[in-house]
Design a protein around this ligand. Structure first.
Ligand code: FMN
Length: 237
């Protein structure tokens, strides 16, 4: 494992940027088509009901790179340089995964701990991710009504993703609302997932083509519920 390249928290004299304000960074105008990187984290994709089908909705799209983390790193031995190069090459970073314990599967946490290095992703000189867009595309076992203040999970998915949102903020990424597909166990065949698949393809295509209302997408709770509004052409004054 490339752990030696990782930073041991608390064992360094380098200043830590946590707690310092990261000023919002305007997204630069892009001369070329934005490129989307989908970082897929599913430990048993062959048994997936939702993620496998969401993936098949976008995998043929041009300028979209799908990177299957469990396939690339079955022992979680993450190649930091390779991951950082992929991030630099893309303008939009989508983390696609099932919701595990109100968070991400283990490999994504490992990825986060190792790849987002001080001086590279954040802190002094850590500007490599600035201005890029990011979001989580998530499947949950629980139904939509469980992810409310009054529901049995007590928080919305977006609220539970606060550490991802703040990580993005710290690294100067623009964080968009998650695209959440609920009640995965109710998906028994293709016909149960037509709308979420279609919405995901439209979303990723619009991100690639810079055809998205970013302010609205940043404010939303679940992009899957607001896909038409977020992708609506902007009004011209
Ligand atoms: C280890 C583990 C933890 C899970 N934690 C949650 C959870 O916190 N919330 C939830 O709604 N579903 C949870 N689930 C259910 C998964 O989110 C669900 O099986 C998955 O989203 C289905 O996606 P797939 O069809 O692509 O496999 C968990 C499942 C596993 C195996």
């Amino acid at each position: 494992m490339a752990r030696s390249q990782g930073r041991a928290w608390g064992q360094t004299a380098r200043p830590c940027a946590f707690g310092q304000l990261t000023p919002p960074v305007a997204r630069p105008l892009l001369a070329t088509m934005p490129r989307v990187l989908v970082l897929l984290a599913h430990p048993v994709l062959e048994r997936s009901r939702v993620n496998r089908r969401l993936l098949s909705a976008i995998s043929d799209l041009e300028s979209v790179t799908v990177h299957d983390l469990y396939e690339a790193y079955p022992t979680l031995s993450i190649d930091i340089a390779r991951e950082q190069a992929l991030l630099v090459e893309h303008d939009v970073i989508v983390f696609q995964h099932p919701f595990y314990w109100y968070s991400v599967p283990a490999i994504l946490k490992e990825w986060q701990d190792l790849v987002l290095e001080h001086g590279w992703a954040y802190g002094a000189g850590g500007t490599k991710l600035r201005g890029k867009l990011t979001l989580n595309a998530i499947s949950t076992g629980g139904p939509a009504q469980a992810y409310r203040k009054e529901g049995y999970n007590r928080f919305t998915v977006r609220e539970l993703l606060a550490p991802w949102e703040q990580t993005a903020n710290l690294c100067g990424l623009r964080y968009l609302a998650p695209y959440v597909v609920h009640a995965a166990l109710k998906v028994t065949g293709e016909s149960d997932i037509v709308t979420p698949r279609d919405g995901y393809r439209r979303l990723v295509t619009a991100l690639r083509d810079d055809q998205i209302d970013l302010e609205r997408a940043a404010r939303a709770e679940n992009l899957a519920d607001e896909i038409d509004a977020v992708l609506a052409p902007r009004e011209v004054a």
